[in-house]
Design a protein. Structure first.
Length: 298
């Protein structure tokens, strides 16, 4: 005959068995829901990867590969795409006034901002050919207005736009954000950073009231690099930075713009251990040819 203590113990064991079956049932439902969630997540990741690859391909296709031949200047460009974060775009184009041409280099915070900026850039560069009187700061102001209607608060873009007049080799330019712009004066041997107090294009962007001006001389060089170049990191997490770009500029071979461009990118890749770039990397180099004749303004 069982004692009261044994009866209580058996009753408690029965309760625990019921609780265990309930927990096992809950665990099975949780695992089933987790399995379904994992399937949905894998599908979402697959779609996102496909969309990112498509955006990457579209961007790569839209980045120009052929540029107009502009007397008195030599150009060298290189676009190194990143499968992690994309958003670079550049173009070199003539205006309707064939003595003037433009150089644009931009870098966006991500694919969404890149798509918006790219659509504005393509539209603006097409319109610029017939807009001979527009100063770079006016163009930048219009770009900012068109972007501001559609971007989110955290969307940002860096941009450099220069308008060069071959009659007097005056380069009018604006720079927003972290585009590296360096000018090498062949006569003095000095490298000048074309700095700007402007932050990146975004919701809070304040357009400048005027463009900067720089007189170019024979054999002067200008180097432009996007944020992906200066933010390339080594194994210790150290960024390449503007100073290293400047040193690469000064230590580059003197044979031509292509060697200079290749040297800068090689130094960046060597610093980063030849790893996959975390952002798109673009380098644009142009040089004023040795024998040029400055034309009087018409």
């Amino acid at each position: 005959m069982s004692s009261p203590t044994q009866d209580k113990l058996l009753a408690r064991i029965a309760e625990l068995e019921v609780e265990l079956r309930e927990r096992q049932s809950d665990l099975k439902r949780f695992r089933d829901e987790l399995s379904k969630a994992n399937i949905r997540l894998e599908g979402l990741i697959t779609r996102l990867e496909t969309e990112l690859k498509l955006a990457h391909v579209i961007q790569k296709v839209l980045v120009p590969t052929e540029f107009p031949h502009i007397n008195g200047f030599e150009f060298s460009t290189k676009f190194v795409p990143s499968h992690i974060s994309g958003g670079d775009y550049f173009d070199i184009f003539e205006h309707d006034d064939r003595f003037r041409f433009g150089v644009i280099l931009s870098s966006s915070s991500g694919h969404t901002m890149s798509a918006l900026l790219l659509s504005v850039l393509l539209r603006m560069t097409g319109q610029l050919e017939a807009r001979r009187g527009s100063e770079p700061h006016q163009v930048l102001h219009e770009m900012a207005d068109q972007l501001n209607e559609n971007i989110a608060d955290n969307d940002q873009a860096d941009l450099f736009y220069a308008l060069i007049d071959r009659r007097n080799y005056d380069m009018r330019f604006v720079k927003a954000g972290q585009v590296v712009a360096l000018h090498h004066n062949f006569i003095t041997g000095e490298v000048q950073s074309l700095d700007s107090s402007l932050g990146p294009l975004g919701k809070a962007f304040a357009s400048p009231e005027q463009s900067h001006s720089l007189m170019l001389n024979p054999r002067d060089r200008v180097v432009l690099c996007t944020r992906g170049v200066i933010e390339a990191q080594n194994g210790a997490g150290e960024s390449y930075g503007v100073e290293r770009v400047t040193r690469s500029f000064l230590s580059a071979p003197k044979r031509g713009v292509h060697e200079l461009r290749n040297h800068i990118l090689y130094e960046v890749q060597k610093f980063a251990g030849h790893s996959e770039p975390a952002r798109d990397q673009t380098v644009v180099v142009f040089e004023v040819k040795d024998k040029v004749i400055k034309l009087a303004k018409s």
